[in-house]
Design a binder for this molecule. Structure first.
Ligand SMILES: C[S@@+](CC[C@H](N)C(=O)[O-])C[C@H]1O[C@@H](n2cnc3c(N)ncnc32)[C@H](O)[C@@H]1O
Ligand SMILES: Nc1c(NC[C@H](O)[C@H](O)[C@H](O)CO)[nH]c(=O)[nH]c1=O
Ligand SMILES: N[C@@H](Cc1ccc(O)cc1)C(=O)O
Ligand code: SF4
Length: 390
């Protein structure tokens, strides 16, 4: 089958096969790549329309103390290191209050896996207390004060960490967090869902199957998730497509069984500049290669098809101009204002740590597209999409 026929079939919602997706990723001819971009952009237009959405949120990375040592992570520290930090609850509440004043609808909470983060409480069996009680107390402190803020919190890796520390099941942890006020989970820690890649870049992390099981368990517990892929390091096109295939299958299964699933796909290009030297040297580039990221952005849009319709680039990692380009390669969302970001910024990302609402709106308007504020779960917040003139 020729390229044009394949792309036309995809636009007619014929699911792309894994072999065809790999073949698309291997295209190097500029004309072929232009066709792939155009098809991804057309599918975006068909499934999402022209409007580009964004969310007003604050990102809080509440501790960088982490028991793991992922090969790409410049953020983690050991307890006692000069730059180690662990925000207390009063500080987190203060940040949430500021977020609400800035009209945020969401707090995104993620941190290191800190074995000291324990509290006495109903789940505690021994003296320093339980990990789950620490997280529950934090969520309750935020939800009781700011009941309208959507709490997008804790990656599948953090869920597994809590369960392991307290000898609980993942289901028990998810149920308790949901009851306390967690509204959805960030789908980070996915990296590449291929255990050969994970052995190289994050050998201590949960396996691919455990990530899939926890995301599925979250959906079963009524918690939507996002989905991500950390790309641009040691992985091959086959492994990238394997990752997308597992997301597509998981989404079909979750929506079919529980009517709750993945809300968006976010490509996270590896930033190596200040990341640990071993992987940085092996990868051989410090900032994302935009043309590779854009091609993968387009193929992800085409492969995920009607299964995951919202695609978001990471402006933190690509810069706002790179993220604008991604909006022409299949993306329909610009993500959050963030207000602060520490994870990829500490790795040397150049996109900055926050965007104002006017910056986001102007970046979208400059592409001639309407913008609209959304909630975390993609409900549109204003009645009419608006276009900034001039
Ligand atoms: C830092 S972790 C925070 C939550 C938790 N510690 C975990 O690993 O799931 C969130 C995500 O940031 C991303 N990340 C970390 N370092 C990065 C880097 N140098 N470049 C791009 N993304 C990075 C990874 O995809 C990781 O899963
Ligand atoms: N939280 C970080 C993000 N993105 C989060 C999104 O803005 C938002 O929470 C999501 O779209 C929910 O629907 N990106 C980063 O690069 N770093 C973060 O810490
Ligand atoms: N964008 C992710 C969260 C995230 C992404 C990248 C990071 O480096 C950190 C966090 C989500 O909302 O699900
Ligand atoms: S990516 Fe997450 S788990 Fe891995 S070292 Fe960094 S903070 Fe820890």
């Amino acid at each position: 089958m020729g390229l044009i026929t394949l792309l036309d079939r995809t636009l007619a919602h014929h699911p792309l096969s894994e072999a065809d997706a790999v073949w698309l990723l291997r295209q190097t001819d500029p004309e072929a790549i232009a066709q792939i971009r155009a098809a991804a952009d057309a599918l975006r237009s068909q499934l999402c329309g022209e409007t580009v959405t964004y969310v007003i949120n604050r990102n809080i990375n509440f501790t960088n103390i982490c028991e793991q040592h992922c090969g790409f992570c410049a953020f983690r520290r050991d307890a006692g290191d000069a730059e180690a930090y662990w925000l207390d609850e009063a500080m987190i509440i203060q940040k949430a209050r500021e977020a609400l004043q800035a009209k945020a609808t969401e707090l995104c909470l993620q941190g290191g896996l800190n074995p000291q983060a324990k509290r006495p409480g109903s789940w505690a069996k021994t003296s320093p207390g339980s990990s789950l009680d620490y997280y529950l107390h934090l969520i309750d402190a935020l939800k009781s004060r700011f009941p309208t803020l959507h709490l997008h919190a804790f990656s599948p890796q953090e869920i597994e960490f809590i369960a392991r520390e307290d000898d609980l099941t993942v289901d028990e942890v998810l149920k308790a967090l949901r009851q306390a006020g967690v509204d959805s989970l960030p789908g980070t820690a996915a990296e590449v869902l291929d255990d050969a890649v994970r052995r190289v870049i994050c050998p201590e992390k949960i396996t691919s199957q455990t990530w899939l099981n926890i995301v599925s368990a979250a959906h079963r517990a009524g918690l939507p998730t996002t989905s991500t892929m950390l790309c641009g390091h040691v992985e091959m096109p086959e492994q990238q497509v394997q990752h997308l295939a597992q997301l597509r299958r998981l989404q079909a299964d979750s929506l079919d069984r529980w009517g709750v699933g993945i809300t968006e796909f976010i490509l996270l290009p590896y930033v190596g500049e200040m990341a640990p030297a071993a992987l940085r040297r092996r990868v051989g580039h410090d900032q994302p290669r935009l043309d590779e990221v854009l091609k993968l952005t387009a193929v992800a849009r085409l492969y995920l098809g009607t299964a995951i319709v919202n695609h978001q680039p990471s402006w933190v990692k690509l810069g706002l101009t790179g993220a604008q380009r991604a909006l022409e390669w299949g993306c329909n969302d610009l993500g959050g204002t963030l207000m602060e970001e520490h994870i990829t910024t500490s790795a040397g990302a150049q996109g900055g740590t926050g965007l104002s609402v006017p910056q986001i709106q102007q970046a979208i308007a400059a592409l001639g597209r309407p913008w609209q504020q959304r909630t975390t779960l993609y409900q549109r917040l204003r009645d009419q999409p608006q276009v900034l003139l001039g």
